[in-house]
Design a protein around this ligand. Structure first.
Ligand SMILES: C[S@@+](CC[C@H](N)C(=O)[O-])C[C@H]1O[C@@H](n2cnc3c(N)ncnc32)[C@H](O)[C@@H]1O
Length: 381
């Protein structure tokens, strides 16, 4: 009899697991009130261990079921256990300390019991393994909050990895409303990334330090052009002259011509250059806008070609990025990779990148510093 009950229970749980897997794969989103279909959970970035603990103790509520990824069964887990309804810690299985060559540290405890933690479950698994994560987290305790220590699981601090993992968790668990991720690299990106309304209001996040280019994520061509003009308008108001603009993915040159006119109006030999991957399109652009300083053929991913497209020895202050593949909502990681590439290529002069990317725009809205006002402020954003 008890054997039958066990078989039925196992069958039910594996059915629930596969239903949840299908639901996650199909993008079914039983969203709670803090997340939206486009931006997913709020992603709070913490640049340090202390910021992570302070953020967790402020943002986690007694109703939350917390999934702690890269759990050390230490201070952070204890703080979460004090605040939340339940905590499920997961961590990678590691062999010997230092053997893998990764910088991730090892837990001083192997189980919650040994650490003296109550109300905490712990599983060894690979957090990139969605199936294992879904199977380990019970359907009755779907996580509402995730806390990630990126360094523990990746062994390094990489913004693309950090964003990819946070997004993957958001897709896997529709119940997830908030994620705190300890990653200095993602925190830095969060400070650079903004949207046109935020740029106009300069609210929501502090401007990046002057040595980091600002990244303005936009949706649609009107938003893209308005953001570029906003940036140039702000510089003109400061009396800046000689502003150099490069548009990558200029098509027939309408935006490049607009920027060129604005740069000329600013004085001091300002200009715009447009490049596109298509020869025939560039011929049309040059025919339509002979006043523009220069049009050239270049692939966005070919940094040498981008450098050559600029007049000898010159490098842009403002870069506009509008190329196929990065503008959709699925192109967020490509968009970010390309933005990082151009930022490195034109380091020293580049002050702002305006990029047309639905995905990066959603990420800009999802990412907040952990010290920011809190989850409830996201409503209606
Ligand atoms: C939406 S259109 C650009 C519109 C233009 N920015 C404007 O504001 O009028 C996208 C352009 O990106 C170009 N493109 C696509 N992939 C590219 C790549 N890898 N490098 C450079 N240009 C690319 C296409 O040829 C196309 O002309």
């Amino acid at each position: 009899m008890s054997f039958c009950v066990l078989i039925i229970a196992v069958a039910c749980s594996s059915l629930q697991g596969s239903q949840r897997l299908e639901r996650a794969a199909s993008g079914d989103t039983r969203r709670s009130r803090f997340r939206t279909a486009t931006i997913g959970p709020a992603i709070f970035t913490a640049s340090s261990h202390l910021a992570l603990i302070a953020g967790a103790s402020r943002l986690v509520s007694p109703h939350d079921h917390v999934l702690e990824i890269g759990s050390q069964l230490g201070e952070v887990t204890r703080c979460l256990a004090d605040k939340a309804s339940s905590v499920h810690g997961v961590d990678m299985e590691r062999e010997l300390q230092g053997k893998s060559g990764r910088t991730a540290s090892f837990r001083s405890h192997s189980s919650p019991e040994e650490a003296g933690l109550t109300g905490v479950r712990f599983t060894l698994l690979d957090p990139w393994d969605t199936r294992a994560l879904l199977q380990a987290t019970g359907a009755d305790e779907e996580p509402t909050f995730a806390v990630i220590d990126l360094n523990q699981i990746v062994g390094n601090d990489l913004p693309l990895e950090a964003l990819a993992l946070a997004r993957q968790l958001g897709k896997t668990f529709p119940s997830l409303t908030n994620v705190i991720i300890k990653s200095g690299a993602l925190d830095k990106l969060q400070r650079q990334l903004t949207t046109l309304p935020e740029l106009r209001a300069e609210k929501g996040r502090a401007p990046p330090p002057s040595w980091l280019p600002r990244i303005v994520a936009t949706r649609g061509v009107a938003d893209y052009r308005a953001a570029a003009l906003e940036m140039m308008g702000a510089w003109a108001a400061e009396g800046r002259q000689g502003v150099r603009v490069l548009e990558v993915g200029c098509h027939t040159g309408t935006s490049t011509a607009m920027m060129h006119a604005r740069a000329l109006a600013g004085g001091g030999d300002g200009y715009a250059v447009g490049v596109d991957v298509s020869h025939s399109i560039i011929e049309r652009a040059a025919g339509l806008h002979p006043e523009v300083r220069r049009f050239g053929v270049a692939d966005a991913w070919d940094v040498c070609a981008l450098q050559k497209a600029m007049p000898e020895g010159e490098s842009p202050h403002l870069l506009l990025l509008d190329v196929g593949g990065v503008s959709s909502s699925h192109g967020v990681l490509d968009a970010l990779a390309l933005v990082r590439l151009v930022c490195s290529t034109f380091k020293g002069t580049l002050e702002a990148v305006v990029v047309k990317s639905h995905g990066l725009h959603a990420a800009a809205r999802a990412l907040k510093p952990v010290g920011w006002g809190g989850a409830t402020e996201r409503e209606g954003s």
